[in-house]
Design a protein. Sequence first.
Length: 189
Amino acid sequence: MAEERDEERTEPATPRRREEARERGQVARSGDLSSAMILLAAVVALRFLGKPIIGGLFASAASVLEGLALVDGDPAHLMSQFAGAFGAVLLGFLPFAGIVLAAALAANLVQVGFLFTSKPLTPDLDRIDPVSGLGRLFSLRGLVRVVAGLLKLSAVTLVVFWSVWQDRVLLVELSGRPFDQIPGVAADL
């Protein structure tokens, strides 16, 4: 049991032990780096795809609302209207979702390389113990994770607030604009 504790190890792991750990899916991976890469990809994708996505959503909503005026009470007609709108929305989001998915895969490939194993998916009854789970939750490490998470959340909140604060006058003026102008202006933000 003592050989499994990190504090008790005096020598680095052998290549064989590292390979065994890799086969079990136990690899060093930074969740923060992955999150940062995904967030960056999402922001860049929204910067370039935001206007077409919002335009597509607006056109889809207008199409559905115009089609509702022509509904003759037939549920099949209504379902076809909503199916068409859902398809248009899905097609509008596919490029964005593809970019974010590619960033997530790239973040993991950069850190770990190609690794496919089902070992982490197999249930381990020792890890489900509620007493040890509470111990991990209310430990010093848990407190450090909460504080680090709050600091990250604060940093992201400040960046978003600073970005929106610069356009606060434009955001207030949106309430007085015609509805068809709002998506274009919002996409430019």
